[in-house]
Design a protein around this ligand. Structure first.
Ligand SMILES: [Fe+2]
Length: 405
């Protein structure tokens, strides 16, 4: 636990009204910052030292929680606009302490109720079985911008940025179409990995070993099967390269898979209650966007459907310009654009989708993706949006414009 204390005094010229406005705003802080525990503030009663007129103290479970508060936009704006103009001087001391060693049972209770279950950190890769390995590699290099790193007759790894790979291809000549068999998510540390493993065991899920090659590419991990049979691999310390590929126009991150499922409710329970994903937004009765600890608006989307398949994989490019350059390449080569430029309302991203069933799911190339602030990550209330095309693409003019998706 970190105790954060601030001693302060107002400038002499500051009116009583201004002082009470600032003190009243400070009193709203515990409600605004859920990571803030045991907040208190009062006037200095000391007769030995009256240097500061007021003191304020609060606790945070971790250093990160404290920094998230200090660096949040709302806090920085408060300091800049309302605090600095009226405060003559202040001192800050933050120190760690062990609440277990304290005899305050109230402190312990508050700490426990603020610990939410942690989920995976973020998406790292998808594993796709494809009938024509070379054609798929060519497609992913030219049209998605990935870099080939390792290639045997059996498998191939392609990467987007420094992470070891974003796509693993498995040669499956018996297949007619590409089929996504697994997705990989990194986890921040061993402790969270173990917590997820325990939740999965408690929920009656079978713990599977990681794919053998993947075992050599991370520290520790395990796999689970989701209700549709898609393998979800979870691991710590995914290996990475020292440098990103020296290719200017390429994706910088694999952001999410979009899963179509006939077991919508079951899938939500699995990904949220067991794995620890958090709902960011709902298209009521149709889709849910879920986020991980990397705070992308969604690192997973689940859509109610008649059948199960991985509908698309989303890659973020560096800019809209790069998305448009990739689109130009697709048009030039006659590559199938399954859904042309859309402006997603939920993730505030502009994207288009490429699809050739031989190579697996659609590939969404977007310009950026909304990342929640640490504060929003803890407090965002998932919106319930009606199933209206304008809630998927804000450039749709009317509620019945469902074509072209
Ligand atoms: Fe997407």
């Amino acid at each position: 636990m970190i105790r954060h204390t601030v001693l302060f005094r107002f400038a002499e010229t500051v009116s009583v009204e201004q002082r009470s406005a600032v003190l009243s705003e400070l009193e709203t802080f515990p409600g605004r910052y859920p990571g803030m525990l045991n907040w208190s503030m009062g006037e200095n009663l000391s007769t030995r030292d009256a240097t500061y007129s007021h003191g304020m103290s609060m606790d945070f479970a971790t250093d990160e929680e404290l920094l998230a508060y200090l660096h949040s936009e709302s806090h920085e704006q408060f300091v800049r606009e309302r605090w600095r103009p009226v405060i003559d001087h202040h001192v800050i001391v933050s120190y760690p302490y062990d609440p277990q060693a304290s005899d305050s049972s109230a402190t312990k209770e508050v700490t426990v109720t603020n610990q939410r279950p942690r989920g995976p950190y973020g998406m790292e890769y998808a594993r796709i079985e494809v009938p024509d390995m070379q054609a798929t590699i060519d497609f992913l290099q030219y049209h998605v911008g990935l870099q080939l790193e390792e290639h045997t007759e059996e498998y191939a790894y392609l990467r987007a940025d420094i992470e070891h790979h974003a796509i693993e291809l498995i040669s499956a000549p018996e297949r007619e179409d590409g089929w996504t068999v697994a997705v990989g998510y990194s986890v921040e540390n061993e402790e969270i990995l173990e917590q997820i493993r325990q939740r999965a065991i408690d929920a009656g899920h079978e713990i599977l070993p990681l794919q053998e090659r993947q075992q050599g590419l991370c520290d520790n991990g395990f796999a689970l099967m989701d209700p549709d049979g898609l393998v979800v691999e979870l691991f710590t310390e995914f290996q990475e390269y020292a440098e990103a590929p020296h290719v200017e126009i390429r994706p910088v991150d694999l952001v999410h898979p979009f899963l179509a499922t006939p077991r919508y409710e079951e899938m939500l329970t699995f990904y949220m209650d067991v794995l620890g994903f958090i709902a960011s937004d709902h298209i009521v009765g149709s889709a849910t966007f879920l986020r991980c600890e990397d705070r992308y608006h969604h690192s997973l989307a689940i859509q109610k459907n008649d059948e199960h398949y991985v509908a698309h994989l989303c890659f973020a490019m560096k800019s809209l310009d790069h998305v448009m350059r990739m689109r130009a390449k697709a048009l030039y080569k006659g590559a199938p654009i399954a859904s042309d430029i859309v402006n997603h309302s939920a993730s505030t991203s502009i994207a288009f989708y490429l699809h050739d069933t031989k190579f697996g799911p659609r590939f969404e190339l977007c310009d950026s993706h909304r990342v929640f602030t640490p504060e929003e990550h803890e407090t965002h209330r998932a919106r319930k949006m009606p199933a209206d095309p304008r809630n998927i693409d804000v450039w749709r003019p009317a509620s019945d414009d469902w074509g072209r998706f």
